[in-house]
Design a protein around this ligand. Structure first.
Ligand code: BGP
Length: 471
């Protein structure tokens, strides 16, 4: 049985669904300067708003004006929690102002009040790929130590303003994604930095990661000082890795590649860099700016719970690593199917991930993202028969329950990603949908923004009502 207070809900991020850029005092964020993309055309990071380019995040699905209607729909599904983020550039449009922006603060007051009206607990990510563009442009984002102070000012403004309304916080979304520093998009959204433009991109990445880890730890400490009841978690993209076979080199490669995730969680949960990280820095000759005060901050700011996203597992192989380099050592797993976007569908991988995390840290776990991106069809009568999504979520919830009931893992909640259709992060498309609620909006920015319930809406409603018993 799941806990009686299990936090069923859904998750979104401001830049992917809020809109509300034009006509408001919100500043541009790093996500706002990214164009839409497509299968054959990756999203582009631009230097600002260019004529003739389409920036899907500017309107999102206009939650900014539809929040009452959307929250009423979440309440109808029975949500007990709702994970969203606070757009940093709505509170500090440039990121380096001294005083927060009242219009931005007021918007989230209204959103949180509306959620609380229905008994829905807000779960708030402070930084979900939304750094003010100005900080990226002028400071190099988190490659610059000064950005820590800007982030803390933002965190303090949120912790003080929403005290009594928000209890659950997350610091940085999928903080480990940027380990893939060769794909520009990850460093850009996580850190506001183009790592590849630095003389040594890997060094720039690790330095920036360090500043983010310090910022996260200082925010945890500050939050607890402002309100000891605050529950503050980290957030990693948890893609567990399987060795292709029992070749010993493959086991060792799996351990090594898992360090790309553990490094973040180890620091955020244990309060210090693990031995393998210190060795890695030494072997690479990286003399990072890590002060004794930084180390104290890391030790004093460990998280209360672990938030993570789970979409897929990956499989690694030493032969592929030798040919392509360790970062590209992933190979096809013949035992699991994939989505239309090539992500493996592996529900048992979620049980595996839960076990790995719980055995390693023994902290409560919150699955703050999971889901299936698919091209849904809305029928003329407004219905949408997304049986494939139901099948995906059902299998994952089943495995989550097994992890709780048989393996003894402590899971506090489950908030599937994109509960309301939103702009895809990696592609910028609308057609990659995750929602229980369909939004009439297409990849060119056309559509009425009308909301309608998919079949998964009614299914999830009874899952929550039965606390996960009726799947
Ligand atoms: C995670 C992000 C989300 C989200 C999700 C799905 O990496 O935290 O912001 O978008 O992935 O990804 P996508 O939208 O690219 O399918």
């Amino acid at each position: 049985m799941l806990r009686d207070d299990f936090m069923w809900g859904g998750a979104l991020a401001a830049h992917q669904f809020e809109g509300g850029l034009h006509g408001t005092s919100k500043g541009l964020s790093v996500a706002d300067v990214m164009t839409s993309g497509a299968a054959d055309r990756p999203r582009r990071i631009t230097e600002g708003v260019l004529e003739g380019e389409y920036y899907p995040n500017h309107e999102g699905v206009d939650f900014y004006h539809h929040y009452k209607e959307d929250i009423a729909l979440f309440a109808q599904m029975g949500f007990r929690s709702f994970r969203t983020s606070i757009a940093w550039s709505r509170i500090f449009p440039n990121g380096d102002e001294e005083v927060p922006n009242e219009e931005g603060l007021d918007f989230y007051d209204r959103v949180f009040d509306e959620l609380l009206k229905y008994g829905i607990e807000p779960v708030v990510t402070l930084s979900h790929f939304e750094m003010p563009y100005h900080l990226a442009k002028e400071y190099g984002g988190f490659t610059n130590r000064k950005t820590i102070d800007c982030f803390l000012r933002f965190a303090e403004a949120c912790f003080c303003r929403y005290r009594g309304k928000v209890t659950y916080w997350l610091t940085f979304n999928e903080i480990n994604n940027q380990m893939n520093y060769k794909a520009d998009i990850f460093g850009w959204v996580s850190a506001g930095a183009h790592y590849l433009r630095y003389e040594d991109p890997e060094l720039a990445m690790y330095q920036s990661v360090h500043y983010q880890l310090v910022a996260s730890a200082l925010a945890v400490k500050l939050g607890h000082e402002i309100d000891p009841n605050y529950k503050i978690g980290n957030m990693i993209a948890m893609t567990p890795l399987y060795p292709l076979n029992c070749k010993p080199d493959n086991q060792l490669l799996t351990i090594k590649r898992m360090h790309e995730k553990w490094l973040f969680c180890d620091v955020q949960c244990r309060g210090h860099y693990p031995a393998y990280a210190e060795k890695l820095f030494a072997h690479k000759g990286f003399h990072l700016d890590i002060t004794p005060e930084d180390r104290q901050a890391l030790a004093a700011g460990t998280v209360d719970y672990i938030g993570f996203s789970y979409y897929m597992s990956n499989t690694v192989d030493i032969d592929a690593a030798e040919q392509e380099g360790a970062m590209l050592s992933s190979v096809k797993n013949p035992y699991v199917p994939t989505t239309d976007w090539g992500w493996t569908i592996d529900a048992k991988g979620l049980r595996y991930a839960l076990n790995l995390l719980y055995e390693r840290y023994e902290k409560p776990l919150f699955i703050v993202e999971n889901g299936l991106g698919a091209e849904d069809v809305k029928e003329p009568d407004g219905s949408c028969h997304d049986f494939y999504r139901i099948e995906y979520l059902k299998a994952h919830i089943q495995q989550m329950k097994t992890a709780v009931e048989e393996d003894g893992v402590d899971v506090m909640g489950y908030t599937p990603w994109g509960c309301l259709d939103c702009v895809s992060f990696t592609t910028g498309e609308m057609k990659k949908r995750y929602g229980f609620i369909y939004v009439d909006r297409d990849d060119d920015g056309n559509g009425t923004m009308e909301r309608s319930r998919k079949d998964s809406f009614y299914w999830y409603q009874q899952v929550i009502a039965s606390n996960g018993e009726n799947l």
